[in-house]
Ligand binder design. Structure first.
Ligand code: SPD
Length: 431
């Protein structure tokens, strides 16, 4: 019998109770179940009930997967509905069975048996939809798919085309390149935005130039030997390579998939990997710095991800003590410092941690505007191994000439000064 869709109703019994009360695990399992079956995920929404139970639905281009759980009964009611021939709902079923470690009973129904349905021509296509009609391929489907970078209470969402250009999970993290509608292609790691084509220069110019210019003001020469820890997309080394006096930049990135994804899909960001001054090491930056000789680097830039997964160790005293040792006298360190609004605790903790390794007057907090990071307000922490002040000792003319000649789009000599000016609430957070 021919039908429009296949609908499997499943009773999952004797499930692992803790999974059934874990909204994130269930959402991941349901989204994965859809993808493994070859479905195109449009969106998902899941809700945890207090004290027990989760409900959620994954909308797929081929229909939907839905669930409701009763952890206290170790029971989940699931329905898997797919249309067309491309997706097999039983593949989703097999995946969920494994995740829930469940016994089950299931029944399949054919939905919309074509021998009882008659196709009519009553539906009129709205005039503006005709733009989406290609005589060869039929109607282009407009998807409403969103990528969300969130914590428990706040989020930043970017709509994307549904096109996933790169998607790999490895021992460290999940690396994706998605095609966002308003911000171009974007790199995400473990569901967090790392950079987008449209606004990446905010972050990459600000993590690089205040530190490089500070070094130049203090020493009268360009930083010659620079270390970048993380930064696998290549944006930070791209900015560093704009300094003609640079001799060498060593970059230590733990995950080769990030470099590969960006070379392939974000070539304007990852454009300096073949520069002979760049020494790329795929390895653990934390180990690298702990084994580094003393007094070797003019500038160290820590361009890590957020403090979860492999980047966690980039927020510790141990790590920064090694960085301090590896910096030359008057050397400058800069590290991404998270957001005072979105990650207030980490923001404060990192500042404290750096003040313990260096001293209070050697740590300087910068703020800049990052439209695609949650809250939009992002910080960098600068540490100087000397008594130089990045504003009062700043040589404005050199920075002005540099930013003009290199046609920088965010950093300039005025912003160098302004970035260290903090709102009162941020000052209070740090004192
Ligand atoms: N939540 C975003 C934190 C920024 C991490 N670094 C981004 C890498 C860009 N080179």
């Amino acid at each position: 019998m021919k039908a429009l869709g296949r609908h499997i109703l499943v009773e999952f019994l004797n499930c692992k109770a803790d999974v059934l009360n874990d909204v994130t695990a269930i959402e991941n399992a349901m989204v994965d179940a859809a993808k493994i079956a070859g479905a195109t995920v449009i969106n998902s929404t899941f809700h945890h009930f207090s004290p027990y139970g989760v409900s959620g639905v994954v909308v797929i281009q081929e229909s939907h997967l839905a669930i409701h759980t009763w952890p206290e009964y170790r029971y989940a009611a699931v329905d898997l509905f797919t249309c067309g021939d491309t997706v097999d709902p039983w593949v989703s079923f097999e995946h969920l069975k494994k995740v829930f470690e469940a016994s089950y009973s299931a029944l399949e129904m054919n939905r919309g048996a074509t021998h009882v349905l008659k196709k009519g021509n009553e539906i009129k296509v709205k005039p503006h939809d005709t733009e989406n009609y290609d005589p060869k391929n039929g109607y282009k489907i407009n998807r409403n798919v969103w990528f969300t970078d969130k914590d428990d209470n706040q989020a930043l969402s970017l709509r994307y085309t549904g096109e996933v250009l790169f998607d790999e999970r490895n021992e460290f993290q999940r690396v994706r390149v998605l095609d966002s509608i308003a911000y171009g292609k974007m790199l995400t790691i473990d569901d967090m935005v790392m950079c987008t084509e449209r606004d990446e220069y905010h972050y990459h110019e600000m993590i690089t130039h205040p530190a490089m210019q500070a070094f130049e003001s203090i020493s009268g020469v360009t930083a010659k030997n620079v270390l970048v820890i993380g930064g696998g997309d290549g944006g930070t080394i791209r900015e560093i390579c704009k300094y003609s006096g640079l001799e060498k930049v060593t970059m230590v990135e733990i995950d080769e998939a990030v470099v590969r994804a960006c070379k392939q899909h974000l070539p304007l960001i990852a454009r300096e990997f073949s520069n002979p001054k760049v020494n790329l090491i795929i390895g653990d930056g934390i180990k690298f710095i702990s084994e580094s000789a003393a007094d070797v680097f003019d500038v160290i830039i820590v361009d890590g991800s957020d403090p979860a997964g492999p980047a966690e160790g980039l927020f510790t005293q141990d790590f920064y003590s090694h960085c301090k040792k590896a910096l030359k006298h008057n050397g400058v360190l800069v590290t991404q410092g998270e957001s005072p609004m979105f990650h207030s605790e980490t923001f404060i903790e990192l500042n404290k941690c750096l003040k313990q390794v260096f001293s209070n007057n050697q740590i300087h907090t910068m703020l800049f505007y990052a439209p695609t990071y949650p809250s939009g307000m992002w910080s960098l922490q600068m540490a100087i191994k000397g008594q130089y002040h990045p504003v009062t000792d700043f040589k404005k003319e050199a920075a002005a000439a540099f930013s003009k000649s290199k046609e920088l789009r965010y950093y300039n000599e005025d912003l160098h000064i302004a970035t260290f000016a903090l709102p009162t609430f941020v000052k209070k957070m740090l004192n």
